[in-house]
Design a binder for this molecule. Structure first.
Ligand SMILES: [Zn+2]
Length: 295
């Protein structure tokens, strides 16, 4: 049985406060648990709470944690220096992510903890931190983790965790190619089938996922102002979920400008769009602290 728990659902920057109380203000972090396997997706500020919780749950037991980083923009790595299990000698932490363009994944995380930015260096943490640049599917016990490159201004990976027939897809910071290639930054017209082909490849990756944690940072109107920034309008995320026949779409990576009432309205609109597309996907808003069970 797989269990999904949201520790941070916000995109771009942490936005604590009364207006974001229900959906949460911490940045990207999702835990997937199956048996004694602990998988974590992204190390935004939400990972701090997860780390504290793991230490409470396993006070005297060494931990093995598999942390998958989608990409190294701030809202996906900023919480890592506050992830307490990474300081305990007895624990083993595996960090997976895309190979860097000009710097390794390890180097990027190291720079974030340079003494100009943070008092403790990466090298002062537990020595049992192992970096893995993802090129092939990863096998952890009965779990297979496949990856897919997304359309974002950084090398950015989506992950699909499968256990038998059940699977959950974590895909955040993704712009539909039909928006950015057909009409980059609002200019130009469709000139080829390439964007549609690339979007179809993403839908293939999503196919039949029981849970799709999908980014929908913008409304359609907001997206028109922000083409090329690497994020999705709601319409695209819902369309892909329906095309892939995903069971549940958890709208994720909420924009810092969107308060709880705004996200509620986007969730309602998402469910209305599913009807328009003749789909069966159920849309919900990812909330900090929310737990979903597969099966
Ligand atoms: Zn992000």
């Amino acid at each position: 049985m797989m269990k999904v728990r949201f520790w941070g659902t916000r995109g771009s920057i942490a936005t604590p406060g009364v207006p974001t109380m229900r959906y949460g203000g911490n940045t990207s972090c999702v835990e997937v648990r199956s048996g004694n396997h602990i998988l974590v997706f992204d190390a935004g500020t939400g990972i701090r709470g997860l780390g504290n919780d793991l230490i409470r749950e396993f006070p005297n037991q060494p931990l093995e944690v598999h942390l998958f980083i989608s990409h190294t923009h701030w809202d996906h790595i900023q919480g890592f220096p506050f992830f307490l299990p990474a300081y305990r000698r007895e624990n083993k932490i595996h960090i997976y992510g895309p190979p860097g363009r000009d710097k390794s994944l390890e180097k990027i995380l190291k720079i974030q903890m340079d003494s100009d930015y943070f008092p403790v260096e990466l090298g002062d943490m537990n020595k049992n931190i192992e970096f893995h640049e993802v090129r092939d599917p990863v096998q952890i016990g009965p779990l297979t983790i496949d990856h897919f490159y997304l359309n974002h201004p950084a090398l950015c990976l989506a992950y699909r965790v499968s256990e038998g027939k059940r699977s959950v897809v974590y895909a955040t910071d993704n712009e539909p190619y039909y928006g950015s290639l057909h009409s980059p930054r609002g200019k130009g017209k469709a000139t080829s089938d390439v964007p549609d082909y690339l979007d179809e490849k993403f839908v293939e990756f999503l196919k039949g996922a029981e849970i799709y944690i999908g980014e929908a940072q913008y409304t359609n109107a907001e997206y028109n102002e922000k083409k090329g920034w690497g994020h999705s309008p709601l319409e695209a995320t819902v369309r892909f979920a329906v095309q892939a026949n995903a069971g549940q779409l958890a709208l994720y990576h909420h924009d810092p400008m969107h308060d709880d009432a705004f996200v509620d309205a986007m969730v309602n609109e998402a469910n209305a769009l599913v009807k328009t597309f003749h789909g069966a996907t159920k849309c919900i808003g990812a909330k900090e602290g929310m737990e979903l069970i597969l099966g």
